[in-house]
Design a protein around this ligand. Sequence first.
Ligand SMILES: Nc1nc2c(ncn2[C@@H]2O[C@H](COP(=O)(O)OP(=O)(O)OP(=O)(O)O)[C@@H](O)[C@H]2O)c(=O)[nH]1
Ligand SMILES: [Mg+2]
Length: 394
Amino acid sequence: MLRSLSVRTRIVFAVIVLIIFIHASLSYTSTTYNSMTSIPNLVQSIREKDWHVDKVPDQYYLGDVTDPWLKEPRANATLVMLARNKDVKGAVESIRHLEDRFNHRRGYPWIFLNDEPFDENFKTRVKLMTKSEVKFGVIPKEQWRQPSWINETRAEEGRKKLKAYGFVPYADSVPYRNMCRYNSGYFFRHELLRPYKWYWRVEPNIDYTCDIQFDPFNYMQEHKKTYGFTISMVEYIETIPTLWDTTKEFIRLHPEYIAKDNAMKFISDDGGDSFNKCHFWSNFEIADLDFWRSPAYMAFFEYLESKGGFYYERWGDAPVHSLAAALFLPRDQLHFFAPIGYEHNPHNHCPTKSSGFEENHCQCGPEHSFDERPESCLGKFMETVGALDMGKGW
Ligand SMILES: Nc1nc2c(ncn2[C@@H]2O[C@H](COP(=O)(O)OP(=O)(O)OP(=O)(O)O)[C@@H](O)[C@H]2O)c(=O)[nH]1
Ligand SMILES: [Mg+2]
């Protein structure tokens, strides 16, 4: 039969046989060649090319481009972290957790603040964790130091006294006091935060333990909320012995700032006479920056500042924020984010079954949730806002 074909056809036939032979031998001897040329892999690589077509420029590529959630408008919001260069490992871990559980689908920008410039190592490693816009800011010096009018002898006595208790964290640390004062009165004024209305505070070394399948900023906006938390607890009263009396003095001077339907019941068991130590744990916060920028809060902070308690005692930003939120806001503007699994060692909030433990693929143990502990103030919060259950609606 071959003899009946022309010479040219015979050559073509021989070349085809040779190609098939070489292909078969290479496929048999080389796994790389085999996987590169297999039909399913070729189809897959064509699909992948199709997937990456320039419909979505890389910097906006946030995951599955068919995800309808990517099209939902974003709030005017930012994620914000205060950190030192030495916190880089804990910082990238926190970013990774929040990106994986939430932000890779939403693309909110990140702002990092430090009392000294971030080094290249910090910046590079942080940027590897997110496709979002990332900005690094330095805190103005005068906002991060003990003011010169503070009586250092009295401040030192205060630090020694707190240290002597033996159980108070950061009892004699001045940088910790700078941090608490900065978070109380200054972070929301930083130029990088100025364009934003909403923020989500993130610390190094924290974990998000459940998928967050809703946008908390949009939730806050739609439900007219101002301050959101996940964990609330009782404070070390030794760190704030005069904070409550100072707050009461402020209330007497400025009754006009007290909201009509406030959450006094959350912070006092006797109608405002004494403080019951309950506060929101501020290492997690999703809140409206305009609240801190409001005349009520600014006047409150200035009043507290004038008393020197950030340095003579160790007033924390958690009780300061909490007292303001409980007094200056109507209580229905406070929000408990039940479905957000959050861990800041040694405590965690783990959603219950009814607040999304299963559908949000939580990795935490609900039996270890701080909500179940006697030091938790969640029950008091629920009594205050009149909630009957802690289900999804919360
Ligand atoms: N730039 C800077 N950030 C700080 C400093 N001290 C604390 N921070 C940041 O301020 C926040 C609160 O500090 P933490 O040390 O976590 O305080 P804490 O949560 O009360 O205590 P921990 O149990 O140690 O987490 C974190 O985001 C820290 O990274 C500091 O001296 N400089
Ligand atoms: Mg912390």
